[in-house]
Ligand binder design. Structure first.
Ligand code: SAJ
Length: 409
């Protein structure tokens, strides 16, 4: 069993570190946030990830957390890559992780970048490491594996928040190597816990494939959202339209909603646009359609509220998607914020949210039945399973904007 160092103990890094520890590796997890280090060492995940606390308990002493990387055969970098200025990837966390790992690297070690990145980043990562460690040998992109070289690879995570443990084990992994032999070396660390297939490729290919996966989803959701806008223009019901279209054996239109949120699908397609602005026209258009969707929902709500002197709006759902408490890039937050700015009284109901974010200061968190009872307008923004059981009589006499088709069953 190897020593493994996981840099970044977030939604992907922590479950990965715990699975590696359970597979028998000695794992050091690193995080720059002292509270994360303390929490993990106390055996608490602090994430909405079913089974993770139990897994941490089983990992016991094989997983310990600290602020800085330790020497290890494998270094996994699982840090965030948010959208920075002018819709380009902010890679500052990747570079900080590289600079932290560089001093402990040894000949023959393997560095694996799991964060989602623009095409070409793994090569830049290797160049940065090589710049800090001129005493070590790094392969050139596509070049031969030299004796004692540091292996560098990109193995993008592909897990759905809330299903991380299942998907980390069962999803196939695309493992892209920098030079010959890097992908095969990187694959060794996943063997202990991944039951999906390891598919070896070049690092640029692995980077592109991850971006393509999320852009594919974004484009398809944009089509559904655009269809909702088109149906609105004709006064037609988009849910009925999709239900009928999907009876065609080769058509599968996704669900329109309040917009696209989360830290992946709403972000990663821009990394493709960044690298290929002339070519990625459909990808850019999809991003624009999905980003415009919350504003279209606000316009519908404004219209629904127009007949009330001091409209009270109940927003059902604040999370970026059903049955999670994650608020990152959530379109529901954008909508609630806009309603507050327009002077409406806003109550928010979300069984996964214990405290409202600063963005919606002025709104109140309430249980759905009470919020709906007192509202003039109900905005259904997230199809949480818990909302499906709400008594339909509650909505009687209310102006309802159902962005997610919850009342359609
Ligand atoms: N959404 C719709 N309509 C739909 C489906 C989704 O409006 O029919 C919305 C959701 O409400 C949400 C957004 O799209 O706001 C994104 O949700 P999602 O479930 O499509 O994706 P994420 O961001 O939770 O996770 C994605 C996954 N990628 C794909 O499905 C291609 C996951 O596998 C990736 O690992 C993850 O991004 C990531 O980390 O990149």
């Amino acid at each position: 069993m190897s020593d493994v160092c996981v840099v970044g103990l977030g939604h992907v890094g922590l479950p990965t570190a715990a699975l590696l520890a359970e597979a028998g590796h000695r794992v050091v997890g690193c995080d720059t946030a002292p509270e994360v280090v303390a929490r993990v060492n106390a055996g608490r995940a602090g994430l909405h990830e079913p089974g993770l606390d139990a897994l941490l308990a089983r990992a016991g002493e094989r997983l310990r957390a600290q602020a800085v990387p330790a020497a290890a055969e494998f270094h996994l970098i699982t840090v965030p890559t948010p959208l920075g200025e002018v819709r380009r990837a902010d890679l500052s966390h990747v570079w900080a992780a590289a600079d932290a790992v560089a001093p402990v690297l040894r000949a023959g070690d393997c560095v694996i970048l799991e964060s989602t990145v623009p095409v070409g980043t793994t090569e830049r990562l290797a160049a940065r490491l090589a710049g800090r460690r001129p005493d070590l040998v790094f392969p050139a992109h596509g070049g031969p594996s030299l004796p004692g070289c540091v292996h560098v690879a990109h193995c993008p995570e592909r897990v759905m928040p809330g299903r991380a443990l299942h998907e980390l084990v069962h999803n196939d992994r695309v493992i892209g190597g920098l030079g010959a032999g890097c992908a095969a070396r990187a694959a060794e660390v996943y063997r202990g816990f991944v039951r999906g297939a390891p598919v070896l490729a070049d690092c640029r290919m692995a980077e592109l494939v991850k971006l393509a996966e999320n852009a594919f989803r974004d484009v398809n959701i944009a089509f559904a959202n655009e269809l909702a806008a088109v149906c609105g223009r004709f006064g037609l019901d988009v849910w009925q339209a999709i239900g009928l279209a999907n009876r065609h054996p080769r058509v599968n239109v996704l669900s329109p909603g309040a917009g696209v949120g989360g830290h992946c699908v709403a972000v990663d397609p821009w990394f493709l646009v960044e690298g290929a602005p002339e070519e990625a026209r459909l990808v850019r258009a999809a991003r624009e359609v999905n980003d415009a969707t919350p504003h279209r929902v606000v316009a519908q709500l404004r219209q629904a509220a127009a007949r009330f002197a001091a409209p009270r709006v109940a927003c059902l759902g604040l999370a970026y998607k059903p049955d999670v408490g994650d608020l990152r890039e959530s379109p529901a937050v954008v909508i609630a914020e806009a309603l507050l700015r327009e002077g409406m009284a806003v109550s928010v109901c979300d069984p996964f949210v214990a405290r409202l974010p600063d963005a919606v200061v002025g709104a109140v968190l309430r249980d759905p039945a009470a919020a709906i009872a007192e509202a003039d307008v109900v905005a259904i923004l997230v199809a949480h399973t818990a909302f499906r059981g709400l008594d339909r009589a509650l909505f009687g006499g209310k102006a309802v904007v159902d962005a997610v088709g919850l009342l359609r069953g």
